[in-house]
Ligand binder design. Structure first.
Ligand code: NI
Length: 387
């Protein structure tokens, strides 16, 4: 790297993260967060456009460079409907809302990268996308629809997730598919209500639900090529209000996760067929609603190699982990569907001991990971524009 960047402002980075942690906002409600971001970025002399994808913020620093390329750095900024159980000075001040996935850290890192890149003369333009509503999987699409990848056209995109499954000081950088598609299904089972003591006069929606839940597990174990990754989880079951009444209706919801491939394509049909078949066997009717929420996240091979080199310089090649993948989803996938890039996992768990998992009420990070994340994204942007 030929450019000299200002050093990371560790106390500032941590203070920003804690400030945002105290004021969590759910998807598309990130008003305070977006205002804070826009104000800071204007202070760094970026061209700032708020309201991209509802509450999203875009910042641009234009440099002609040799070939007029533009690199996009993306940070998501939404919190979760979780009640924080940590007793820390920077505990969430909004009851029932919490930054339980580390997006507070992503915002702080994004702002610190913007601050460091602001004074240097880059060999091309840099654009920041502070994205709303990652958890609901529709913030990225909203920003793309509002033109975040245009004017100037984005040539490459990078991002990262703080990752408690990895100890701080390690970085996961893996080429190819690293995060899953996220599909959601809802199944409404219509039976016929009746007396619990006279099941032959009713069509028992609860029994159909039970059979269907079991049958859906057979899709992964028996209808999928075992060499393809897939998960089917039924996560909501609603039926009945009385111990002596067979309810007419039962509702199931759940999710399908894949890394793409034949099972991804077949899943909507397989779920429909299974639901219809099981319902028919018991004389019930079903409605199946199937929604694709997020595509699999695919890292570009060449740009993954570039980011991996940056990571190795930063933490040593022994601490760069390959093969870090998850069946969790990430709507960064929509950016990487349109432009090549790489999404990395920056270890934020304790070196010894077990971290609280993402989305749990005791989730927290080792804040040293913020420094590593800020270095990783800053240097990746510079190296990409120099490459
Ligand atoms: Ni997340």
């Amino acid at each position: 790297m030929t450019l000299k960047l200002p050093p990371v402002d560790r106390p500032g980075l941590i203070a920003t993260r804690r400030d945002i942690h105290q004021h969590p906002e759910l998807g598309f409600e990130e008003m305070r967060t977006a205002t804070l971001i826009a104000d800071r970025l204007r202070g760094f002399d970026y061209t700032v456009t708020p309201g991209i994808g509802k509450t999203g913020v875009v910042a641009l620093k234009k440099h002609e460079g040799r070939d007029g390329r533009c690199v996009l750095l993306r940070a998501d900024m939404d919190a979760l409907p979780v009640e924080e159980a940590n007793d820390v000075p920077y505990r969430s001040r909004h009851s029932g809302k919490m930054h339980a996935c580390g997006h507070d850290g992503h915002v702080a890192i994004g702002l610190e990268v913007a601050r460091r890149l602001a004074p240097v003369s880059l060999d091309g333009s840099v654009k920041f996308a502070f994205q709303p509503a990652e958890e609901a999987s529709n913030g990225a699409q909203a920003m793309i629809a509002d033109g975040v990848l245009d004017a100037p056209r984005v040539d490459a995109a990078f991002g990262m997730h703080l990752w408690n499954d990895l100890p701080v000081g390690t970085i996961g950088v893996t080429s190819g598919t690293i995060m899953a598609s996220v599909d959601q299904f809802e199944i409404v089972i219509h039976g016929r209500g009746g007396h619990a003591a006279a099941p032959h006069q009713a069509v028992d929606s609860v029994l159909v639900a039970a059979q269907l839940i079991s049958a859906l597990q057979g899709l992964v174990s028996r209808r999928r090529d075992p060499l393809e990754h897939a998960v089917v989880s039924v996560t909501e079951v609603h039926a009945g209000r009385a111990f002596n009444v067979i309810p007419a209706r039962a509702d199931l919801r759940g999710t399908v996760r894949t890394f793409g491939g034949a099972f991804f394509n077949a899943a909507p049909r397989l779920i429909e067929e299974t639901a219809q078949g099981i319902a028919a066997a018991f004389g019930a009717q079903v409605e199946v609603h199937y929604h694709r929420l997020s595509a699999p996240l695919i890292n570009d091979e060449r740009l993954t190699a570039l980011m991996r080199d940056v990571a190795a310089d930063l933490v040593g090649s022994a601490n760069v982990r390959q093969g870090v993948r998850t069946m969790g989803g990430e709507d960064m996938a929509y950016f990487l569907e349109r432009v090549p890039g790489c999404f990395a996992f920056v270890g934020s768990g304790p070196v010894n001991g077990r971290a609280s998992p993402h989305h749990s009420p005791t989730f927290d990070i080792d804040e040293e990971s913020l420094v590593i994340g800020a270095e990783l994204l800053s240097r990746t942007a510079v190296r990409y524009l120099e490459s």
